[in-house]
Design a protein around this ligand. Structure first.
Ligand SMILES: NC(=O)c1ccc[n+]([C@@H]2O[C@H](COP(=O)([O-])OP(=O)(O)OC[C@H]3O[C@@H](n4cnc5c(N)ncnc54)[C@H](OP(=O)(O)O)[C@@H]3O)[C@@H](O)[C@H]2O)c1
Length: 265
């Protein structure tokens, strides 16, 4: 399977590119980075015998006719890269965050008419996907929950993409039960967190945290906590990225979430 990675020199894209290089069934045939254009991936990653050329644009890299194009760059360029890849006949795996529902509608139409698949995953970490699945299962039995997301002091966006996705998934099962509605809170209502359709999300931003998310389910005299913690490397996102690359060719149109291809029931 021939693969192009856009954003191959980035924090997430370089780890995935190394994973592709080590996979016997995958062949990295092109890479995209503006600042390292003209260099070879082997030199950038410090790996011998990896003579994959780096292009400055997705269009140039797509001349290598990949089966799968991986988008791992920046929201400002992601939509145009994905549409170019579909035009070139490649299935697409999207890791870049920040695409809107409008973007996905346009991408879905383009993929659909071409019979190509697009798999967009807000989080490629298999354990993070399991945390969400386990939380959805818990919400079917315990009807009161809240979400906490923890990240480093320097993280500017809140809540994290994973916490937002978790809250939206839980809310889609029906809003949680609340004894005191947030609107009836005495004092600072903000202390009850941000409201995602009824799911309250609390973002902690402090030195020493990396990135974690926690769903807490409570009922009388008992409580269930489901928590995911990621470290500082991009390694948690590699196995899921490779799975998405291998499976996206079985899909047509846009599909959201790695669990689409994990057969979790
Ligand atoms: N789904 C997941 O599990 C997951 C995990 C981690 C990160 N992400 C998301 O993936 C994206 C990348 O994250 P990151 O931490 O790897 O970022 P990063 O370290 O800044 O890397 C970005 C990569 O994209 C390239 N790039 C940026 N703008 C470009 C443009 N306009 N044209 C071509 N290439 C461009 C950069 O190279 P040049 O600057 O040289 O062009 C670099 O190779 C973000 O949206 C992030 O939120 C998702």
């Amino acid at each position: 399977m021939r693969v192009v990675v856009a954003g191959a020199t980035g924090w997430a894209g370089s780890a995935l590119s190394l994973g592709i290089a080590e996979a016997p069934d995958l062949d990295l045939v092109g890479a995209v980075s503006r600042s390292r254009s003209g260099e070879l991936m082997g030199d950038v990653l410090g790996v011998a015998e990896f003579p994959v050329p780096i292009s400055g644009t997705a269009s140039e890299a797509l001349a290598s006719t990949p089966d799968v194009f991986v988008e791992y760059t920046h929201p400002g360029v992601a939509r145009q890269n994905i549409l170019a890849a579909l035009d070139a006949g490649a299935h697409v795996v999207v890791g870049t965050s920040g695409l809107t529902n409008d973007d996905f509608a346009v991408i879905d139409e383009s993929a659909g008419v071409r019979g190509l698949g697009v798999l967009a995953c807000g989080n490629f970490s298999i354990t993070a996907v399991l945390m969400m699945k386990f939380s959805e299962l818990a919400a079917q039995w315990v009807r009161s929950w809240e979400v906490i997301d923890y990240a480093s002091a320097g993280k500017v966006d809140s809540p994290s993409g994973t916490a937002r996705e978790l809250a939206e998934r839980l809310t889609s099962l029906g809003p949680p039960e609340m004894v005191v509605p947030v609107g009836d809170t005495k004092g600072a209502k903000e202390a009850r967190g941000a409201d995602f359709g009824g799911t309250q999300v609390h973002s902690i931003r402090l030195p020493s945290y990396v990135i974690s998310v926690e769903s807490i389910f409570g009922q009388e005299d008992e409580r269930l906590t489901i928590r995911h913690d990621a470290g500082t490397s991009a390694q948690p996102y590699v196995a899921g990225g490779l799975l998405a690359i291998r499976e996206v060719g079985k899909l047509i149109g846009v599909h959201r979430g790695l669990d689409t291809v994990m057969d979790l029931g």
